[in-house]
Write a protein that binds this ligand. Structure first.
Ligand code: FEO
Length: 389
């Protein structure tokens, strides 16, 4: 893709990565992603905001082929999908300096070996006049790393938001328009990447809300030209509100846990409680993460392997704990052959989840009447706890 004009003096650059399917060797990208960089040219100076993943540095350099001078490289975030091509850019433009937060400076030196003398730090609220284009740096720590910042272009009312409001979405559309799928992709991005930093995002959201902008230009996915939809979606995601939803990740080996899970799903539905069920040998963990954005309750279903939970359940539980969703309640159900420590081991995996545990029901062998009665009682308890949501 060639560089694309956004408005006079502002261009999109970067790479639309249609084929990437995993980020951090962990996060599924069913719809690819993009690495967006932006070139802002004033009458006096030119700045490149973010670079791209190092694997596609050559694409960015082709887009910059006719750009004679870059004075500043604004490194909004030190993670390599934004910063990896900066050394190549600095080589082409020996007069250019990198501008970033003080924490980013240390990380850029650590991760990319950028010479210290080529980096200048900028304070929160500091401005840079390029000649008719004024950039204001807005520190937004923990969106996504501790050093991350956004950049506001006052004259054109654009907020360059870096990972904030990003979406892992490959598309030829430069703008999101009113496409609901972009918001869906942004929710997946929030769930997989941002959710652990929810409380920090609350304050950063208020901070950027105070700026006057018509466009949000993130570093992944299309530009929001109707920014209110993504702003209000973020306000909902980071709020303390939970919905009448049970998320049920599980796996079954010989059918007992599957029977328990199916019975509970039906019992909850009869009681007006929505359930999203995820069979872990086939599920997209991104979908599971998305469900955790809003859910009030998690019920974890596991058979016993030797003495503990199934390894797939172990991994999903560890991930849920790392994502720190705003869950209020939890329960564990499952089965065992002759003995089990699955409940104790799962409980030890979720210290970050500030949940009230509503029950732990492990049946020996196949589930029988007493087990079904206990599942009905658990469904009653969840219904009562969800009342009013
Ligand atoms: Fe897009 Fe935190 O990297």
């Amino acid at each position: 893709m060639k560089a694309r004009k956004i408005c006079d003096g502002v261009q999109w650059m970067g790479f639309v990565d249609w084929n990437r399917r995993l980020f951090d060797s962990l996060v599924p990208l069913p719809d690819g992603t993009s690495y967006n960089a932006y070139l802002v040219s004033g009458t006096e100076k030119t700045a490149l905001l973010d670079a791209v993943d190092p694997a596609v540095a050559d694409v960015l350099m082709r887009q910059l082929a006719d750009v004679k001078r870059v004075d500043y490289v604004i490194a909004q975030h030190a993670e390599q999908d934004h910063s990896g091509a900066i050394p190549v850019v600095l080589k082409k433009y020996p007069q250019a300096v990198v501008l970033c937060t003080s924490k980013a400076k240390a990380l850029l030196i650590d991760h990319l070996d950028i010479p210290s003398e080529r980096i200048q730090t900028v304070e929160d609220g500091e401005t840079l006049d390029l000649g008719g284009k004024t950039l204001r740096f807005v520190h937004t720590p923990w969106v996504h790393w501790p050093e991350t910042m956004c950049t506001y272009l006052a004259e054109d009312r654009i907020l360059f938001s870096c990972d904030f409001f990003g979406a892992h979405l490959a598309t030829t559309d430069l703008y999101a328009g009113n496409d609901p799928y972009v918001c869906e992709a942004a929710k997946r991005y929030y769930a997989e990447i941002m959710m652990p930093f929810r409380t920090m995002i609350q304050s950063n959201l208020k901070k950027v809300r105070a700026l006057q902008f018509d466009f949000i230009a993130p570093s992944h996915g299309p530009i929001f030209d109707h920014p209110e939809c993504i702003l209000s979606a973020y306000e909902d995601w980071v709020s303390d509100r939970v919905s009448n939803l049970v998320v049920l990740p599980y796996i079954s080996m010989h059918g007992s846990t599957e029977t328990m899970v199916s019975y509970l799903v039906s019992a909850l539905a009869e009681r007006g409680v929505k359930v999203q069920k995820f069979e872990l040998s086939t599920t997209d963990v991104g979908k599971l993460a998305m469900a955790l954005v809003d859910a009030a309750t998690i019920v974890i279903g596991t058979p016993t392997v030797h003495i503990g939970p199934h390894p797939s359940v172990f991994a999903a539980t560890h991930l849920a704990n790392a994502l720190r969703p705003k869950l209020k309640y939890a329960a564990i159900i499952g089965s065992y052959g002759w003995g089990t420590k699955a409940v104790e081991q799962i409980s030890a995996l979720i210290p970050n989840l500030k949940v009230e545990v509503l029950g732990a029901l492990m049946c020996k062998g196949i589930p029988r009447e007493a087990d079904f009665a206990a599942l009905d009682a658990l469904a009653d308890k969840i219904r009562d706890k969800h009342a009013g949501l």
